[in-house]
Design a protein around this ligand. Structure first.
Ligand code: LRH
Length: 462
């Protein structure tokens, strides 16, 4: 994405798009990270020329480098099965309560800490001298310089959200060598310049600086939530729904742990207090199983299906792995004694109702646990294109929803680069620019909110 920023303008254009296809090999599910890097180079070439480059991606995953700086194998995909049953082993050394009080991270089997524990006896880790999170790995290949960007580092479960530094004690007790990580760097810090070979491969004229941005895509997306003031919740929609609040300090209570809320780090000393919900992954996997029918048609069919006939728990890790998604959703409905959706339209409706319900729960729980009331819910990311999901979320939350921008992560990324260049001011200033320049749609809550409480009760009964 190419961003153009002026005093009263902020525009994105897509220079190049390439698929990110995980590959299943005998040892498990892997990322084709060389393919991604090649896509990045093609993308840079397609820009013509840029003043700065910033990289963000999904969280938690990493590549390992040997003593020569060479990549050791393909990075493992966070949906790979290697972390099954690993958390219990970790908790035998550091109890889950203590781990939460120290790192503030919600339990997810794929947090880097569990992945590293799963890999403990592997030959690859034994030979590794450096670990780079995915955006830091791409930045290393582009610049030759290594660093660990803070917002993404906070998803490793090895950062203390109070000090915004490593959790040295936790790492030591779990036998994780923090020297594997390159020094921490902050959004806005310089991350080097494009190497001569990269300039040659892309045709760009150097020097082109690489700027550290909120390299966790969700950190960048939250930075681009066009909110005024503090009384807002956000939902970053896409493969995941990340639902929560922006806070000045982490919430590390036992109640918060039990509710599975995470304290990831955001820009400018903020904390992203949120819950990971399975998100449109549920629908993406069904669409794949149905042979990729057109989404518009599916949503029209879904809109005709009566509301809230059956719902599933969109926070359930049972939906994490790829494959057989329509069947797994049907099984979950059957197990909780609800009508079993059969047609693609019915299953789509079940997914959207379930997501809206999970959004409702997370928005309500976050406000209660953080003692931070909100007046509006902002939806950013891919789900903003799904008007039915936005309306259902407004209905379920009983709050107005403001949907947009869609490319929030890219906009948040660009804003941090623009700021490093002195073109925009702080987070609030960037948000005002977004509000003035981006297309936003408002959805007012409709219908009786009690219906959603009834549906929620069905989940807990199941
Ligand atoms: C979204 C995301 C999310 C993480 C998940 C692994 O792309 O970064 O914030 O929890 O991927």
């Amino acid at each position: 994405m190419v961003g153009r920023v002026g005093p009263d303008s902020l525009e994105l254009t897509e220079a190049h798009r390439f698929p990110n296809r995980p590959v299943r090999v005998p040892e498990g599910l892997r990322w084709d990270v060389l393919g991604l890097y090649a896509g990045v180079l093609d993308g840079l070439k397609a820009t013509g020329q840029v003043a700065s480059v910033g990289i963000d991606s999904w969280a938690v995953d990493y590549g390992l480098l040997d003593a020569d700086g060479a990549l050791l194998g393909n990075p493992v995909h966070y949906r790979d099965a290697r972390t099954e049953g690993v958390a219990e082993k970790v908790w035998a050394t550091v109890p889950a309560e203590e781990l939460y009080a120290a790192t503030g991270l919600q339990y997810a089997p794929f947090n880097t800490l569990y992945q590293l524990t799963a890999a403990r006896a592997s030959a690859q880790l034994a030979h590794a001298r450096r670990l780079l999170l995915i955006p830091d790995l791409l930045a290393y290949w582009l610049t030759g310089e290594q660093g660990t960007e803070l917002t993404n580092a906070s998803t490793t479960q090895l950062i203390d959200p109070r000090t915004r530094d490593w959790s040295y004690d936790i790492a030591a007790r779990l036998g994780i060598d923090l020297d594997l990580f390159a020094p921490l760097r902050q959004p806005g810090d310089p991350a080097g310049v494009l190497r001569a070979e990269v300039l040659e491969a892309t045709g760009l004229a150097g020097p082109v600086p690489v700027t550290t941005v909120g390299s966790h895509d969700t950190a960048s997306a939250v930075a681009a939530v066009p909110a005024a003031g503090e009384r807002f919740a956000y939902i970053c929609t896409g493969t995941w729904s990340l639902v929560g609040l922006e806070l000045g300090a982490p919430v590390l209570s036992e109640e918060s742990r039990a509710a599975n809320f995470t304290n990831e780090l955001g820009l400018d000393g903020t904390v992203r207090y949120l819950r990971n919900i399975m998100g449109l992954w549920l629908l993406q996997e069904c669409v794949r199983a149905w042979g990729e029918p057109e989404l518009g048609g599916l949503l029209l069919e879904a809109a005709k299906v009566p509301a809230l006939r059956s719902v599933v728990d969109a926070g359930d890790a049972a939906f994490l792995a790829p494959g057989r998604m329509p069947e797994r959703i049907a099984e979950a409905c059957r197990a909780s004694g609800q009508p079993v959706p059969g047609s693609p339209g019915e299953i789509t409706r079940c997914i959207l109702d379930s997501l809206a319900l999970a959004h409702r729960r997370a928005v309500a729980d976050a406000q209660r646990l953080a003692g931070h009331p909100v007046d509006v819910v902002h939806i950013v990311g891919g789900g903003t294109r799904n008007a039915l999901l936005c309306q259902l979320t407004a209905d379920a939350c009983g709050l107005p929803v403001v949907a947009g921008p869609t490319e929030a992560a890219a906009l948040g990324n660009v804003l941090v680069q623009a700021r490093a260049d002195g073109l925009v001011g702080d987070l609030a200033d960037g948000r005002r620019l977004l509000t003035r320049t981006q297309a936003l749609t408002r959805y007012e809550p409709q219908g009786d909110p009690a219906r959603w409480l009834d549906a929620e009760a069905r989940l807990t009964r199941g």
